[in-house]
Design a protein around this ligand. Structure first.
Ligand code: CU
Length: 191
């Protein structure tokens, strides 16, 4: 009986921890000049939570944001030179996007939605992208961005949005596994 109470308690905590997770809206500006140099998205790297949205703002004219690569199951986006486009991100993983007319000047950005499960594929995509960059001074802009923000960062913790608490991913997984084990056990089935 105690086990059942514990189990329901655990499920309740897991449900609550997911539902307090309010989605946020972030802004990425398309600029002729920014902190990283000429023709940039700002911020060029953005970590968000699944369910969050990004407003791509064409701050300076003549830019777009188009998907180069994303995690399996994600839908490619294209802001089509509109002054402002909102894109919602529901599929976890890393996204690489570019400004089509300025890709050769390394105008691109990386978005991490919750985790970096497709890190290896993304490394290859960035390599491919940088092969098309014509300006020598920004040739490694995106791979540097990737190294700084993704490569050396642990993926075991998911940063929660706003004021909600940080729930380590590993802890959540362990809790889920515990849940499953209890449910699979004969003792539970017998009750
Ligand atoms: Cu551009």
């Amino acid at each position: 009986m105690k086990k059942i109470v514990k189990l329901y308690g655990l499920i309740f905590v897991l449900l609550i921890s997911n539902s307090v997770h309010a989605s946020e809206t972030h802004v990425v500006k398309m600029l002729n000049n920014g902190e990283l140099g000429a023709m940039v998205f700002e911020p060029a790297f953005l970590k968000i939570n699944s369910g969050d949205s990004i407003i791509f703002e064409m701050t300076d004219k003549g830019h777009n944001a188009v998907t180069v690569a994303g995690p399996a199951g994600s839908v490619p986006f294209d802001t089509k030179y509109k002054p402002s486009t909102t894109v919602k991100f529901d599929v976890n993983g890393l996204y690489l996007y570019k400004c089509a007319p300025h890709a050769m000047m390394a105008m691109a950005g990386i978005i991490q939605v919750s985790d970096s499960s497709n890190k290896t594929e993304m490394e290859k995509e960035i390599e491919k992208f940088e092969a098309t960059v014509m300006m020598p001074n920004v040739k490694t802009r995106i791979s540097d961005l990737f190294k700084e923000n993704v490569e050396n960062v642990s993926t075991s913790a998911v940063r929660s949005s706003g004021s909600s608490e940080t729930i380590p991913y590993a802890a959540m997984e362990a809790a889920m596994e515990g849940c499953m084990q209890i449910m699979m056990s004969n003792r539970f089935r017998g009750l």
